[in-house]
Design a protein around this ligand. Structure first.
Ligand code: OAD
Length: 250
């Protein structure tokens, strides 16, 4: 199928689906200037995830981990949502049966206007206590020095999921339920290599959903996809949503 044919087919499916789910990954924010993880220029090509994104890494050098996350928070704060985020937010408003699950911690879907986003890997903008887990949201924290919890004096850390940690229970539960009842599942801008998020498209496919992948490069999910669009999400998603709007808005 050519790309225009695939887009037409996807829109036909959107029109008849009662439940639509999208899982997004770092690729969706690439066009906002935020590095992905596993591409050749990705974060894990330059930094060691075990040093910077694990409990052991934080315990052995909390200053290094904290300052690396502050460097990433600054990038996120200076970034803007791109056309892919905006197209998904627009669809979120047009179709009540659409649910958005993200592995991204940058909050760009929400800044583009998406509501009820399920954040599987937490949020880089939010912090919590390493000891008592209390969320520290509104406080002004030092970027350069370690900060301590006002309740228990534990170290403050970003509220993101590190390697070896469990995903937030409510979020992964909701995501698994959505994946098993959805008619149409979009996997957008993710390498689909990190579990349990990577299982969601497979669950949906097993339960009978049509699986669509939007990614310029093939992933290990590609062989299971019913339709693949090999374009950046900032190009593919607006094409799909514009075509959808032509059909629903008269
Ligand atoms: P990856 O870096 O593993 O994969 C990014 C994917 O996006 C790749 O398959 C790229 O081909 C694709 N891509 C790049 N640019 C794109 C674009 N403009 N449009 C669409 N796709 C594009 O990132 P994730 O799959 O999100 O976990 O990684 C999953 C998790 O691994 C992350 O949430 C993070 C990381 O360790 C935590 O931080 C807990």
């Amino acid at each position: 199928m050519t790309t225009p044919e695939s887009i037409k087919k996807i829109v036909e499916l959107l029109l008849v689906s009662n439940n639509i789910t999208a899982l997004t990954g770092a690729g969706v924010s690439a066009e906002s200037g935020i590095a992905t993880f596993r591409d050749p220029e990705g974060l894990w090509a330059k930094f060691d995830p075990l040093e910077l994104a694990s409990i052991d890494g934080f315990m052995s050098n909390p200053e290094r981990v904290w300052s690396w996350y502050q460097y990433r928070v600054n990038i996120v704060n200076n970034a803007k949502p791109n056309k892919g985020h905006y197209a998904l937010a627009e669809f979120n408003k047009l179709n009540m049966n659409f649910n958005l699950i993200t592995q991204n911690v940058d909050g760009l879907h929400q800044r583009a206007g998406s509501e009820n986003v399920i954040e599987l890997h937490g949020s880089i903008i939010r912090n919590k206590c390493f000891s008592c887990n209390e969320i520290h949201e509104e406080e002004i924290l030092s970027e350069n020095l370690l900060n301590y919890c006002k309740y228990c004096n534990g170290l403050i850390r970003p509220d993101v999921v590190w390697f070896g940690e469990m995903l937030p229970e409510r979020e992964i539960d909701k995501a698994q339920k959505l994946a098993s009842k959805t008619d149409l599942f979009f996997s957008i801008g993710t390498s689909a290599e990190v579990h349990p998020a990577a299982e969601l498209p497979i669950i949906s496919k097993r339960e009978g959903a049509v699986l669509i992948e939007i990614n310029p490069l093939k992933t290990q999910l590609s062989e299971f996809a019913d339709i693949r669009i090999a374009l950046p999400s900032g190009e593919a998603m607006p094409l799909i949503i514009e075509e959808y709007k032509k059909r629903v808005i008269k």
